[in-house]
Design a protein around this ligand. Structure first.
Ligand SMILES: Cc1ncc(COP(=O)(O)O)c(C=O)c1O
Length: 385
């Protein structure tokens, strides 16, 4: 089945009796077993034993998402952040070294620096455009390489096949934050990735009304470790949020195509503005890694950055204050447009832009209205400069 069909049919049960299209919400903790024999079998893989390990609503979402990503398995987590931290914890131990892209989502970075470091795991950040040269950073104890492509704030697209090939040669896993592209626009398991983490909070949920993390994997060994890590943490997403995520998944394809077209239109409009120094959108040639994007991705989502020519904070405030459609909010992937200042926080690769970097999420509003909102903002910025 192709993706559009998987989005519609994934995770749905097809009993013989008349039934609702979508699985119902199953809430609860205790599961009762009808016989001693079934009780004795309860620990077996795939059996439904206790609410913390998920309910039929959780399993429906996991099945649908796993099929979409072409994975061997999927587990939910309480947020995108939780999907990342539980994976890092599950796959590392004291004495390990990990390689992390310099443009990784900043709370992921904080977890490596603040938590993993305390437990004896050393992190080296690598320049996002490193490609196969990552071999120069590999050590005998390098356990995994963590990519996020395109990366947060600055949107460099990493050469994941090249990075993953080196990692594999050195016996390390490649784990990827695939939130931006979703499984619709990047197929991680065709490119050598072993594990993915997703903030389902973004495009999967799609309506900014639930927190959701999703982890998928390819391979029994790595999958076993991830599943154990998720169980050990004991903090699953709620069945209600799984139900919202499953509902969001049904329309993710059409929403993403709209986000893509609208974001491209606005990114091109921004690129022609005198106030804008550069646009960091993977589908535009000005974005580092654009060629890799064209080679490996099936589409682009609604999130990108742009850099302004130097302006002072007063002028920047004038741009933001008065925006009617673009909200200032630290998320993305919902139906609404957002704009925030997004200073880079890298340490391995230089960032020498003179002006501020702004991150935009283009929602589902009419693009002409969004452009008018930005045009008015630029007029305020010029007047205040
Ligand atoms: C790239 C990326 N990964 C992970 C997360 C974390 O997701 P959540 O907010 O659901 O914890 C975010 C959130 O903004 C993100 O942008």
């Amino acid at each position: 089945m192709r993706d559009a069909t998987l989005l519609v049919t994934g995770g749905r049960t097809h009993p013989d009796e008349p039934h609702l299209v979508n699985p119902a919400v199953h809430r609860g903790s205790t599961v009762l077993f009808p016989s001693f024999e079934r009780w004795q079998q309860r620990g077996r893989k795939g059996t439904f034993a206790y609410g913390r390990q998920g309910t039929p609503t959780t399993f429906a979402l996991q099945d649908a998402f796993s099929a979409l990503e072409g994975a061997d398995g999927c587990r939910v987590a309480a947020s995108g952040k939780a999907s990342i931290t539980v994976t890092l914890k599950a796959l590392t131990k004291a004495g390990d070294h990990i390689l992390v892209t310099d443009n990784v989502y900043s709370p992921s970075r904080r977890y490596c620096d603040d938590v993993l470091a305390r437990f004896g795991v050393e992190t080296t950040y690598f320049p996002p455009m490193i490609g196969a040269d990552i071999k120069t950073l590999m050590r005998p104890n390098t356990r995994l390489v963590f990519v996020e492509s395109p990366g947060s704030q600055t949107f460099e697209v990493q050469d994941i096949p090249a990075i993953a090939a080196v990692a594999r040669t050195h016996g390390a896993w490649t784990i990827m934050d695939n939130t931006w592209a979703t499984p619709l626009f990047f197929k991680p398991y065709d490119h050598g990735v072993d594990v993915t983490m997703h903030a389902g909070t973004k495009y999967v949920v799609g309506h900014s009304d639930a927190m959701m993390g999703l982890i998928t994997w390819k391979g029994d060994e790595v999958g076993g470790l991830v599943e154990r890590g998720v169980n050990d943490l004991g903090a699953p997403a709620s069945p209600d949020d799984c139900w919202l995520a499953l509902r969001g998944l049904r329309t993710m394809g059409v929403r993403l195509r709209h986000h893509e077209q609208a974001a491209l239109e606005i990114a091109r409009w921004l690129a022609a503005r005198p106030e804008v120094a550069t646009v960091l959108h993977p589908a535009l040639p000005t974005c580092p890694g654009h060629d890799v994007f064209k080679r490996d991705f099936q589409g682009s989502s609604g999130l990108f950055s742009f850099v302004l020519h130097h302006v002072d904070e007063r002028a920047l405030a004038a741009l933001f204050d008065g925006l009617e459609l673009f909200g200032m909010g630290a998320s993305w992937g919902g139906y609404e447009s957002l704009l925030i200042p997004a200073p880079p926080y890298r340490t391995a690769a230089a960032w020498d832009a003179k002006g501020p970097i702004l991150r935009m999420h283009v929602g589902l509003e009419d693009t002409a209205d969004l452009i008018a909102d930005l045009e008015a903002g630029f007029a305020r910025l010029r007047a205040a400069a």
